[in-house]
Design a protein around this ligand. Sequence first.
Ligand SMILES: [Zn+2]
Ligand SMILES: [Zn+2]
Length: 148
Amino acid sequence: MSDSANIEFALQDNEEFISQFRDYKLQMIWAKKCTKCGSGTNLHMLNFGGFAMCCTDRFCGTQMQPYKKCTKCDATSSEYTLRCKNCEVKVLELADIHQQVHDAKKKMKRVSRSYSCGKITLKEKEKIHAECKEIKKRCKASLKTFIL
Ligand SMILES: [Zn+2]
Ligand SMILES: [Zn+2]
């Protein structure tokens, strides 16, 4: 994908549309055992806001911040991360392909309407329709490369 760098930019106002292609979730992981001594943990409210898991052994007392884990690729990230940086690339590419198909269909309808109103010639209509069909064909082909 040569223009994948532009995809995020083009789609950034279209969160609702994109979200239907998001096939992963970021799960918050809370430590059930102390990573230092192996004791149990308790949920602990932090003074500056937020929560952490705290070792129940009062001599250890290690605090463990929750973190996030992707349900699809298992990548871990900070608790404040909103998107998996691995999986989001594919989501955006997929959304972009669907957007292109959608746009091509819309354009074909618009052009058909212009033709029936006598604004464009049959030749012009057919030329644009052929272009749109080509886009749809290309998109279908690239969708096949997405194995989810
Ligand atoms: Zn501990
Ligand atoms: Zn992921």
